[in-house]
Design a binder for this molecule. Structure first.
Ligand SMILES: C[S@@+](CC[C@H](N)C(=O)[O-])C[C@H]1O[C@@H](n2cnc3c(N)ncnc32)[C@H](O)[C@@H]1O
Ligand SMILES: Nc1nc2[nH]cc(C(=O)O)c2c(=O)[nH]1
Ligand code: SF4
Ligand SMILES: [Mg+2]
Length: 239
């Protein structure tokens, strides 16, 4: 069985973002990402300087840890990273579903896997201009198609006016996908400083700006949500 590069497994906590906000969950965060977003809040799982901290684990070992953390009570497992779509989660999803666990995956939509169809929720998070990344829309489209019947949602981080306009354009192209927008944390933790100071008032101001802008604009398609875990715990890692 192939190994998955794991940065951290933690929980139970609540899902802090998007469609499943507030839902109890255990996170499996993988190491390695094909993107380098300018404002990434999880660089310890992206930057290869930290690869020595990423542990190769097989599906049995990961599921054992999930069972321990959840005390054997089935819940939703959130697969994130880094880009978790680099890894092979097929065997873990198959194993977990047999025991009643559900699986949600967070990815930017740059890499497709055939096991996307087995997810309970695929969250595609294409990156706006402020990230300094360039979206490959063919690759994104392939992810949407690979989901097949699996529930799929889109989540876009918005930092400024340009991101906002961009998000509206993307929403038009994928109007059948439920959309969640969230303000950015402009004070993400440096990878070697897990609990770095956070500008909470600045984040709340960005949330208010985003709500006002969206409503004044008469754009009623998206749900506008903060990162709830950030409001509760700041930049703390493993929550
Ligand atoms: C750390 S990423 C990992 C999964 C995947 N690489 C992705 O970007 O979707 C998880 C989520 O956090 C969001 N995110 C990362 N940095 C952020 C920041 N500084 N402020 C708000 N959201 C952020 C991403 O856009 C993504 O939706
Ligand atoms: N509680 C909590 N909710 C989250 N939603 C997305 C997260 C992520 O980093 O992928 C995340 C996270 O790290 N913690
Ligand atoms: S795609 Fe996700 S994990 Fe990768 S750098 Fe961007 S926000 Fe971070
Ligand atoms: Mg996060």
């Amino acid at each position: 069985m192939s190994k998955i590069r794991v940065s951290e497994i933690f929980g139970p906590t609540i899902q802090g973002e998007g469609a499943l906000i507030g839902e109890p969950t255990v996170f499996v965060r993988t190491g390695g990402c094909d993107y380098r977003c300018s404002w990434c809040d999880s660089l310890h799982a992206v930057d290869s300087d930290y690869r020595a901290d990423w542990l190769p684990m097989d599906a049995y070992e990961i599921f054992e840890k999930i069972i321990k953390l959840s005390k054997g009570k089935p819940l939703t497992v959130s697969l994130s990273g880094g880009n978790p779509a680099i890894q092979d989660f097929g065997p873990l999803i198959e194993m977990g579903k047999k025991q009643g666990y559900r699986f949600a995956l967070e990815t930017q939509g740059s890499i497709t896997q055939d096991w996307f169809k087995d997810l309970d929720l695929l969250i595609l998070s294409p990156k706006p201009p402020s990230s300094d990344q360039v979206v490959d829309w063919d690759a994104f489209e392939a992810c949407v198609r690979a989901a097949q019947q699996a529930r799929t949602a889109m989540k876009i981080v918005i930092f400024d006016d340009e991101d906002y306009r961009w998000a509206k354009g993307v929403a038009d192209r994928y109007s059948s996908l439920p959309l969640y927008i969230q303000p950015g944390n402009h004070t993400p933790p440096p990878p070697d400083e897990p609990d770095a100071r956070i500008d909470m008032q600045g984040i709340l101001d960005r949330m208010e700006w985003l709500v006002d802008k969206t409503l004044n604009d008469g754009w009623f398609a998206p749900r506008i949500l903060p990162q709830l875990h950030v409001l509760l715990w700041g930049n703390k890692r493993g929550v």
